[in-house]
Design a protein around this ligand. Structure first.
Ligand SMILES: *Cc1c(COP(=O)(O)O)cnc(C)c1O
Length: 359
């Protein structure tokens, strides 16, 4: 069925195993981040069988989909106070930075006679979530100590998300030091010191992960085999576990410059054109509604993407050795943004491929 996203479960499992092996010498437990594929249980199951320790997502709806999978669920996005009840119901652990929120989680946990685990987020300079001020941190930890239904099990940080700050031995070292101070206040060891996301993977590859970090949250590294500090492919992983397939619905020789007065395109922009003479233009049945403006790359490198609108992608087949025809399929490699958009689009058929090749 087209358009579709081919999801190679064997490649995803292989990538997860490679990442787990990379983490092993550092004794890092791995939370597999499932938000990139909207928590589809078919994929999450594969990550569980590869041996990850937690399933992590930013949206509670995705935990509902994965509720039958046996691992602890870690909520990545800071909880909304208005959702405190749902948070303690569907997530075992949540990342937090606001005392007000933690107090409402405490009340919600008390209501259903449970203890909710939290990880406090520290902002080490990337300026997305986390406590920034050392005095505030100490005060929050002391207050949490007095809450009956909250268990502070760890601290963590998130880098390379907003500010693009790259994790290193200095900022992650600071996280380990802060953990020691918190342990003193609490009078107990912290279970989790969470050293970031896929942007921390290069530190594993270069043997630079500071001692004391014992947890990592990995999405893109597993799904697309890419570390996100420098955008490098991780050795021995697949970058094409997710591919977009779209069908040719028109293929004609046409000029490369529109004829008539040029106004605005479907999105209100005034387009410009390079005259390449008459060429072989194809229209594919997929559009910005499905992939937004995220980059995608044709696997056949002789295809050039010319543009598109909500439901159409226009490509140039002129330089292709292959004779494309109406009804043919064109395959694209995709990055994280396109993967997220395609997995979210209800118009894209999700095609799970598995042959058990790498077991
Ligand atoms: C999305 C997210 C991650 C995973 O990021 P990747 O770059 O895909 O590994 C980790 N931690 C938090 C808090 C997140 O929101």
């Amino acid at each position: 069925m087209n358009p579709r996203i081919d999801i190679d479960l064997d490649k995803i499992k292989h990538n997860a195993k490679v990442l787990l092996e990379l983490c092993r010498p550092f004794n890092l437990s791995v939370a597999a981040v499932t938000k990139g594929f909207c928590g589809k249980p078919e994929i999450a199951e594969v990550l569980v069988s590869a041996g990850v320790k937690y399933l992590a997502d930013s949206r509670l709806e995705n935990f509902v989909k994965m509720k039958d999978l046996p691992l602890e669920k870690l909520l990545l996005r800071l909880p909304m106070i208005s959702q405190a009840n749902e948070v303690v119901t569907y997530a075992d652990i949540s990342l937090n930075s606001e005392l007000e929120t933690i107090k409402s989680l405490n009340a919600a946990a008390e209501d259903i006679c449970t203890t909710h685990k939290i990880i406090l987020m520290l902002d080490l300079g990337d300026l997305r979530e986390g406590i920034f001020d050392a005095m505030e941190l100490e005060k929050v930890v002391r207050e949490i100590k007095g809450l009956s239904n909250i268990d502070l099990i760890g601290i963590g940080t998130n880098l390379t998300c907003y500010g693009g700050v790259i994790p290193n031995e200095v900022n992650l070292g600071q996280l380990v030091e802060t953990a020691c101070k918190i342990e003193e206040i609490l009078g107990k060891k912290l279970e989790i010191i969470s050293g970031g996301n896929s942007s921390s993977v290069y530190m594993l590859m270069n043997n630079k992960m500071p001692k004391g970090i014992n947890h990592i949250r990995l999405g893109e590294a597993i799904l697309l085999g890419s570390e996100t500090a420098y955008g490098e492919a991780i050795p021995n992983t697949h970058q094409d576990a997710f591919q977009l397939v779209a069908e040719v619905i028109e293929l004609k020789e046409k000029p490369s410059v529109p004829i008539g007065e040029i106004g605005r395109d479907a999105f209100g922009n005034v387009p410009t054109f390079v005259d390449k003479g008459t060429h072989k233009r194809g229209i594919l049945a997929v559009g910005k509604q499905d992939i937004a403006t995220h980059p995608i790359t044709p696997v056949d490198q002789q295809i050039e993407i010319l543009g598109g609108s909500s439901d159409h992608l226009i490509v140039d087949f002129t330089n292709c050795d292959k004779e494309y025809r109406v009804g043919d399929e064109v395959v694209f490699n995709i990055g994280y943004g396109a993967m997220l958009a395609l997995m979210t689009s209800e118009y894209i058929h999700k095609n799970y491929v598995s042959a058990g090749r790498f077991d």
